[in-house]
Design a protein around this ligand. Sequence first.
Ligand SMILES: [Zn+2]
Length: 100
Amino acid sequence: MKKGVFQICYCKKCNNTIWPPREICHICNSKSDWKKSTNFGKILEFSKKESMYFGLIEIDDGIRILGNITSTSSPKVGQLVRMNVSFNSKPNYSFIVENN
Ligand SMILES: [Zn+2]
């Protein structure tokens, strides 16, 4: 993983998304490869803790990630979010609600 770039592990042969990433596809046993994520997803569920929103987000290709949600108003299930990845000792995922 490069700084700020989130990549998705997928199978070159059957195009299956492999999450969590593995070297070998569990469907056809071919070698996996990496592609860049679109970094866009939608809110599946969320909760509020103190003044912070925290939720489960599905980003492209059905990958589900937990992270903080930044929103000026109360988030809604199904809302479009943009993912930011920062790295400390491990990746930290945060999501920003896209207002349109
Ligand atoms: Zn495969």
